[in-house]
Design a protein around this ligand. Structure first.
Ligand code: HEM
Length: 177
């Protein structure tokens, strides 16, 4: 089914969810890697992939927001969920959107302000600038740590439901364990 039902996310929602999850993991790994590498050429290669994935997740997240607003409805919270658990889950979901959009805007901001976009994508010559001297680098670094925290809370809650409460929650997102 393309759209969600009361007990199962639809195919479109499942595809967007798992592609986003993979992109976010790859963005966190490549971002920390780019920051830590001393090899100038290697850094350009890693950042080129990082920025391309970052722009992809921006587009995918805008499409995701449009999908939920215009085409589909989320299944209700699993039975036995308290009001405060439901509100906590909703808060984490909203913060995911805020952090993803903030990371994308600050990432693009760094490339525009520093001129590094031309080095990564326009055939311009290196060396790359020191991104720490550009304002959006600070929220980008904070957002990365927030993203790690949200990821742990979100995945931890899903695993708690599935394996401790044994309510089969992961099945709604297409995982048969
Ligand atoms: C959800 C989207 C994104 C995530 C999760 C993400 C993640 C990260 C992480 C973890 C770092 C290292 C932070 C640190 O060490 O403090 C980083 C650095 C960076 N990211 Fe992103 N990023 C995203 C989007 C983007 C986009 C769209 C661009 C550009 C178009 C971009 C460009 C950069 C740049 C230039 C750096 C600096 C590398 C350095 O300081 O050496 N990022 N990112």
């Amino acid at each position: 089914m393309w759209k969600s039902t009361p007990d199962q996310y639809g195919r479109v929602a499942i595809a967007i969810h798992w592609v986003s999850a993979l992109l976010i993991v790859a963005l966190l790994v490549s971002g920390f890697r780019a920051d830590a590498t001393a090899d100038a050429v290697g850094k350009i290669t890693v950042l080129r992939a990082h920025a391309a994935m970052g722009i992809t997740i921006l587009i995918l997240t805008l499409a995701r927001i449009a999908w939920w607003r215009m085409a589909d409805r989320k299944p209700p919270a699993p039975e036995g969920t308290t009001n405060s658990q439901h509100r906590a889950a909703q808060l984490v979901h909203v913060l995911f959107y805020v952090v993803i959009l903030g990371m994308a805007v600050s990432g693009i901001g760094m490339l525009v302000l520093s001129g590094a976009g031309a080095i990564l994508f326009g055939g311009g010559a290196g060396p790359l600038p020191d991104f720490e001297t550009f304002l959006p680098r600070t929220p980008h670094g904070i957002g990365a740590r927030l993203m790690l925290a949200l990821f742990a809370l979100h995945a931890g809650a899903a695993l708690y439901h599935h394996f401790i409460r044994r309510d089969g929650l992961l099945r709604r997102m297409g995982i048969r364990l």
